[in-house]
Design a protein around this ligand. Structure first.
Ligand SMILES: [Zn+2]
Length: 427
């Protein structure tokens, strides 16, 4: 019960926040929150403590970090006295056994892969979970009074974070994308949800099944997350399902943004301070400081995603930064006759088993041939090659796909344009 009260508390708190009539008001709010964050949270982080002396916070002196430095300093960054030595085996075991009781001392421990494909760890306390749910409720899912809403959530794995949305307002069902899509579609049809949340590639499958008359669902909201939602896919999904798509920009590092009623993605700048590392005049890498986090501070953390700023202001009037699109996160689905394999599944397996690489790509060049490029030190290649082959062939076997050849080579992974693609389908 305490957890639900916490959700209501945060929900009310967030309702009182904004909207801001101008950027100045928003900036002032950020400065106040950043100060509080330093005083309450950073002071408890061995890594950041020395930057917060008396009343002064040395923001400029704090290092800009990426996932690599973040993981290298995991033990001193977090405020829960958690070490990577205890947390990583725990998270890996939970993932391998597909067990989701992944808590130590009330802190949820999760494994992340992200755009880079590299293994990461995230910590979420109960308070942070309640805040996340409250934010999702106020920004994404609109609770309807006196009507319980059924939510179908397509995910690679369940997690405490997402399961906590279940309440008297929502009935939440989790659809494991590891299962064959045909089976999931039948279950979806029977469940008859008001809300469907899935990555665009799964939404496309649902829309196609609806078009062919295989299923008939009537959601009043569709939520897209995890991958880039392309305009033509968006149009097709909305033409087949009787609801508009809300696009959520969420990653391990935080809930970064959500689309408004005009379909524009706005960043949650009232929770996250965002600096821009410009690539050209309208695209940038975001460097985020999330002042709503407490167990694992995210400070001046550079993400791999490339964001493109919207040139014209959005008609909704929000002062939160409007994006034209997210570039990157653009992995493909692999196709083996009737079996599809979602990129998230492969990336996850690779991250669990393999560690000492810089980058990789897996390209499907024929229906029965996968080419794997691994960028790594020469010394690590032999082991990595064996691991990659084993992970991929085990996954194919589990999904009933046979006779696929896997070719590995050590190579510099070429990234064309700004796209960060790990899993590519060339057929
Ligand atoms: Zn807008």
């Amino acid at each position: 019960m305490l957890f639900k009260l916490k959700i209501i508390y945060y929900w009310l708190l967030f309702k009182m926040r904004g909207p801001y009539s101008d950027r100045k008001g928003l900036k002032a709010h950020q400065q106040r929150e950043l100060k509080k964050f330093a005083k309450k949270v950073l002071i408890n982080s061995p890594f950041y403590k020395s930057y917060c002396q008396n009343e002064t916070v040395l923001w400029d002196a704090m290092p800009e970090i990426t996932k690599t430095e973040f993981m290298a300093n995991f033990n001193s960054i977090n405020t829960c006295n958690m070490t990577i030595e205890e947390a990583m085996p725990f998270a890996l075991a939970a993932e391998k056994n597909r067990s989701f009781k992944n808590e130590i001392n009330g802190v949820t421990i999760g494994l992340s892969t992200g755009t880079s494909g590299k293994r990461g760890l995230f910590l979420v306390s109960e308070n942070e979970r309640a805040q996340w749910v409250a934010l999702v409720m106020s920004r994404v899912i609109k609770p309807r009074l006196f009507q319980k809403q059924k939510i179908a959530f397509f995910l690679r794995a369940n997690s405490n974070l997402y399961a906590s949305v279940s309440s008297s307002l929502f009935e939440f069902r989790y659809f494991d994308i590891f299962q064959p899509i045909d089976k999931l579609l039948i279950e979806l049809n029977d469940f008859a949800p008001q809300i469907i949340a899935a990555q665009p590639s799964v939404l496309m499958d649902i829309a196609q099944a609806q078009q062919s008359g295989h299923i008939m669902v009537w959601p009043n909201q569709i939520i897209s997350f995890a991958e880039v939602l392309h305009q033509k896919d968006k149009e097709f999904i909305e033409s087949q399902l009787p609801a508009r798509i809300t696009e959520v920009y969420q990653c391990t590092e935080g809930f970064l943004g959500v689309s408004c009623e005009y379909g524009t993605l706005h960043l949650n700048e009232d929770f996250i301070h965002i600096e821009k590392d410009w690539i050209d005049e309208d695209t940038f890498y975001p460097i985020i400081t999330d002042f709503s986090r407490s167990s694992q501070p995210i400070v001046k953390y550079k993400l791999n995603d490339v964001l493109q700023v919207k040139k014209k202001p959005c008609s909704c009037g929000s002062q939160l930064l409007a994006l034209e699109k997210i570039i990157g996160r653009d992995d493909d689905v692999l196709n083996f006759n009737t079996q599809k394999i979602y990129p998230d599944l492969i990336a996850r397996r690779i991250a669990i088993t393999c560690n000492h690489f810089y980058n990789y790509t897996i390209s499907q060049v024929k229906s029965d041939l996968l080419e794997v490029q691994i960028e790594c030190n020469e010394i690590d290649y032999d082991t990595l090659q064996i691991q990659f082959k084993e992970v991929i062939s085990n996954l194919l076997q589990e999904l009933g796909v046979r006779g696929v050849e896997i070719d590995c080579r050590r190579d510099i992974v070429r990234v064309s344009g700004n796209k960060l693609r790990k899993i590519i389908c060339k057929i």
